[in-house]
Design a protein around this ligand. Structure first.
Ligand SMILES: *Cc1c(COP(=O)(O)O)cnc(C)c1O
Length: 357
């Protein structure tokens, strides 16, 4: 029998972390996680189940995800050497922090933004400095650069569009930061398909820029596929710390298949963009809400009354959204993912019922 002091053995940077909370609340209508409301189109699914029959499950998957990279390279007009595949783009965030930061180093993130940057950084003993966003959820390039210089920051993470605010930061400020920062800029374009705005073309001119993309928001969240685009030298270094079989056979194959038949998925994306407009316009008619502009597949809004009350009203009526109101800058704010037309109608109708109470 052994009874070692486990608490003493666990690193302080891990003990002080609180677990990432994803709502595990069961709900009929899930508008809390920015997933696609649609599974991949049936044609894709049917072909994929055919592929599975020929899989050699006793063999390791391709450690270089060659075929998947070829599909992506063709679609994005880039090269295999500029790509890394992750088990979700979250994994690439981890890999980048491993490659560029040692314990005690500093990174910069805007606030509010995606929680994982700071969580993964802390798990590695890397310090995070936040730069507060202004009232239109944008930042000043000079201020960001000054903060980076003061802290000798090695990495800047920018979510573009930004989660949870939904907007894209100003292009001129981003370009300024890319051109003047003497470290690495990571542009996390997880919601690219809904904004259609990208900095991928800047990679050719700027060797300090890394763009992240994900298939999680366009119907393949369960498969965990994300990828990074960067200078070939950066990719080479990432490959040294990446576990050899980080991307499994099923994920590689389904992702490749989906990218090769993207026109089918594009129809779903177009539907969501249309619904985003309708949902925004309808929410704006409600005088007790402030609706923030969005270029993603979700909408951030602020309630005049208590956001907690609206959150629970929705939940009791079978609709789960993301409650952000504990964040100091997001007082009384909720985030709703654009769903199907009927899901959005149910959501709108419950918001209306609540507001009339
Ligand atoms: C959802 C999300 C991700 C995570 O994507 P995965 O590929 O599922 O790991 C990354 N960045 C942002 C900003 C996100 O919102």
């Amino acid at each position: 029998m052994s009874n070692v002091d486990l608490k003493k053995l666990i690193k302080e940077s891990i003990r002080s972390l609180s677990p990432y909370s994803t709502e595990s609340i069961q709900s009929e209508i899930k508008l809390h996680a920015n997933e696609s409301p649609f599974p991949p189109p049936k044609e894709l699914h049917d072909q994929f189940t055919e592929f599975i029959k020929s899989f050699q499950l006793n063999r390791y998957p391709d450690p270089d995800s060659k075929k998947l990279k070829e599909s992506i390279a063709k679609k994005l007009d880039t090269k295999k050497e500029n790509l890394v595949i992750g088990n979700g783009s979250d994994e690439i965030i981890l890999l980048l922090l491993q490659v560029f930061c040692k314990e005690g180093d500093n990174i910069i993130i805007p606030d509010p933004t995606f929680a994982m940057y700071a969580i993964i950084a802390q798990s590695l003993g890397v310090k995070t400095t936040i730069v507060p966003l202004d009232s239109s959820w944008d930042f000043n390039g000079n201020l960001l650069l000054e903060t980076a210089e003061k802290n000798k920051s090695r990495l800047i993470f920018l979510s573009y569009p930004n989660n949870p605010t939904g907007n894209c930061f100003s292009e001129t400020e981003i370009i300024k930061v890319i051109e003047e920062f003497e470290g690495i800029i990571v542009l996390d374009e997880a919601y690219y398909d809904f904004s259609q705005k990208s900095f991928i073309n800047e990679i050719k001119k700027n060797n300090n820029l890394i763009v992240l993309r994900s298939l999680s928001k366009i119907g393949l969240a369960a498969m965990r596929v994300g990828f990074g685009v960067a200078n070939a030298l950066i990719i080479k270094e990432i490959n040294k710390v990446r576990l050899p079989y980080n991307s499994n056979m099923l994920s590689q194959k389904f992702a490749e298949h989906l990218i090769n038949n993207f026109q089918l998925v594009q129809k779903q994306i177009d539907y969501i963009i249309d619904e985003r407009k309708r949902l925004t316009d309808e929410l704006k008619k409600n005088k007790s809400l402030t609706v923030f502009p969005t270029e993603s597949n979700f909408i951030l809004f602020k309630t005049k009354q208590s956001a907690d009350e609206l959150f629970y009203h929705l939940l009791y009526n079978g609709i789960l959204v993301r409650n952000l109101s504990t964040h100091p800058k997001l007082n009384n704010c909720l985030r709703v993912t654009v769903g199907t037309k009927s899901e959005n109608d149910r959501f709108l109708s419950e918001v209306k019922t609540y507001s009339m109470k």
